[in-house]
Design a protein around this ligand. Structure first.
Ligand code: APR
Length: 231
């Protein structure tokens, strides 16, 4: 077994499901209640900013009171106790990795942050944002949620690909593998010669690409997986 100096972990909505936050594509998920083209594209925001703000306000308020679960806690423990490097990349915007004490790369942004569409300034978002919300730097009425919408480039991709191309182990936790570029990370890691493992309730669209699968609830499988890595 190759020495593990660097682990890259990708998390998706499934890791936060047991914290009471809905996923996107499971039964009753967010995309069965809202159309992506109505609430999660730049065009949607231009067309109906009030609807988009209300969609993210509801999620921001829910996430603010959500608690990390044993899976988030286990990844924070891994990041602090593992002798090598643990790069935690999340598609989630709920802030639960930070609440658990971990540091994550937020490739889809964060509900807790606001972004000025005019000057690019970022700041801590108020619980509820409104149409015409002024930027706290340039004062222009062009504040938006600091969320990467469909059709926009995810954040920190250079850092993420640097980590993938030099990792020894890649794990995907609670993601359906349906949205790129995240769905392609496992192939990047495989090309770097990394071992790959998927932790999920069920098969995902990318299951075929992983060496190993650990099936079950993240709050159970992730702590056990971390215990084995730290043994
Ligand atoms: N434990 C482990 N896995 C779980 C659990 C659980 N308790 N509950 C659900 N899952 C798994 C599901 O089996 C599914 O594979 O989590 C995954 C959730 O998939 P999605 O809802 O598609 O969420 P995600 O993969 O994070 O979506 C990726 O799509 O809509 C965009 O920007 C959005 O970041 C999101 C991206």
């Amino acid at each position: 077994m190759r020495r593990i100096d660097r682990i890259v972990i990708l998390t998706g909505a499934g890791i936060s499901a047991e914290s009471g936050l809905g996923t996107f594509r499971d039964e009753g998920g967010l995309w069965s209640q809202h159309r992506i083209e109505d609430v999660a594209t730049p065009e949607a925001f231009a067309r109906n900013p009030d609807l988009v703000h209300r969609f993210y306000n509801a999620r921001r308020i829910q996430a603010a009171s959500a608690k990390p679960n044993a899976a988030h806690d286990a990844l924070a423990r891994l990041q602090s106790d593992f002798p090598g490097e643990v790069v935690l990349v999340t598609q989630n915007v709920d802030g639960l990795h930070e609440k658990a004490g971990a540091q994550a790369i937020h490739m889809h942004g964060e509900l807790s942050r606001a972004l000025c569409a005019s000057c690019g300034h970022r700041w801590d978002a108020p619980p509820e944002m409104v149409v015409g919300e002024p930027c706290t730097a340039c004062r222009a009425p062009t504040a938006r949620p600091d969320i990467v919408w469909f059709g926009e480039m995810p954040y920190h991709m250079d850092d993420i690909f640097d980590a993938l191309q030099t990792c020894d182990l890649f794990a995907a936790i609670g993601t359906s593998g349906q949205v790129y570029p995240a769905a392609g990370f496992v192939q990047e890691a495989r090309m770097a010669g990394a071992a790959t493992v998927e932790l999920n309730l069920r098969d995902s669209d990318m299951s075929h690409a992983f060496d190993d699968h650990i099936t079950g609830l993240a709050s159970k499988t992730v702590p056990a997986w971390v215990d084995r890595l730290l043994a």
